[in-house]
Write a protein that binds this ligand. Structure first.
Ligand SMILES: NC(=O)c1ccc[n+]([C@@H]2O[C@H](COP(=O)([O-])OP(=O)(O)OC[C@H]3O[C@@H](n4cnc5c(N)ncnc54)[C@H](OP(=O)(O)O)[C@@H]3O)[C@@H](O)[C@H]2O)c1
Length: 276
């Protein structure tokens, strides 16, 4: 189904990093729509009767998900079940934003939509259950998997890119160089979702900026853009003692048209417009 207007699109979890680029529709946040509360979810979605729901709300702290798995499954799996049931009742399409963490990173080469997921941590597993719920319950859905997401600017960016930007004021910054992935600029993700909704696209799509990189490569690029004199020292991932295991490879490619502008271009635009 093609959409002519985005005004009848409801968004969950709009106060987050990705939601900060949503400039349309019926915006809901944790306060106005707690997706873990079934009756509230049914009531809010039943009240607005959107044609499409962009489901962003999630517990996205990968290490917290590992420490508190019941929370991860409650928000990312049960919460998605509630959204899917509410959507089914009113006949709405759901666009579910998922993650490359549904894969375990053991593939040599990029992950395609045709690859079978096999998550290796609770965050990835809880999001994959969300995907299965969406596919199992709804006839019309779009699952958009993102890579290493960056965006949100100084206010909303709590992830890797913001950390590096802030640390570049120090003399030396240690950065992991033994994991590869695809970046997804949250603004490009929202723009792509908008286009796909208008076109009536359904199914599964990997949305990422073209190319792949290590976090060290990203830091080098940020240092260049910010004209910083800080020294970047590559370290392997065991240097940081994280709770959740991370994949060796989070590289994504798309067979279904999800690749957007190169990551260097997107990163440069992000820093120039939101940080400098
Ligand atoms: N960030 C990434 O690297 C990444 C990568 C791939 C895919 N994704 C997916 O992209 C989507 C958006 O992520 P994001 O980066 O924007 O994450 P984010 O910045 O953590 O935002 C998530 C939002 O969900 C809200 N939320 C949490 N629990 C909720 C609940 N029970 N009911 C309603 N809202 C709730 C949070 O509100 P509070 O803060 O008030 O709790 C927050 O505003 C998520 O589905 C995520 O899994 C993210």
């Amino acid at each position: 189904m093609r959409l002519t207007s985005l005004s009848n699109v409801l968004i969950t979890g709009v106060d987050g990093m990705v939601g900060s680029y949503v400039d349309f529709g019926i915006k809901t946040n944790h306060h106005s729509l707690d997706i873990t509360n079934l009756s509230e979810t049914m009531a809010v979605i039943g009240k607005y009767k959107p044609e499409v729901i962009i489901h962003l709300a999630a517990e996205t702290d990968v290490d917290r998900c590992e420490r508190e798995p019941e929370r991860a499954y409650m928000v990312n799996s049960t919460g998605t079940l509630n959204v899917a049931n509410a959507a089914k009742k009113i006949g709405a399409k759901v666009v579910y934003v998922s993650t490359v963490y549904v894969f375990d990173g053991s593939k040599h080469g990029a992950y395609l939509e045709s690859d079978l997921p096999c998550p290796s941590n609770h965050y990835g597993r809880s999001k994959y259950f969300g995907e299965l719920i969406i596919k199992g319950i709804l006839d019309d859905y779009l699952i958009a998997r993102a890579g290493w997401v960056f965006g949100g600017g100084p206010e909303k960016d709590r992830k890797f890119v913001a950390k590096i930007i802030k640390q570049l004021q120090q003399d030396e910054v240690k950065v992991v160089d033994d994991k590869l992935g695809s970046l997804t600029y949250a603004k490009d993700l929202v723009d792509k979702i908008k286009t796909m909704i208008v076109e009536g696209k359904s199914g599964l799509v990997h949305v990422a900026n073209a190319g792949f990189c290590s976090r060290y490569d990203v830091a080098i690029e940020i240092k260049k853009i910010m004209n910083s004199h800080s020294i970047l020292t590559p370290v392997d991932s065991s240097y940081f003692n994280l709770d959740a295991s991370r994949s060796d490879s989070d590289i994504m490619e798309s067979l279904t048209g999800g690749i957007v502008r190169p990551w260097q271009e997107a990163l440069s635009a992000y820093i120039a417009t939101e940080w400098i």
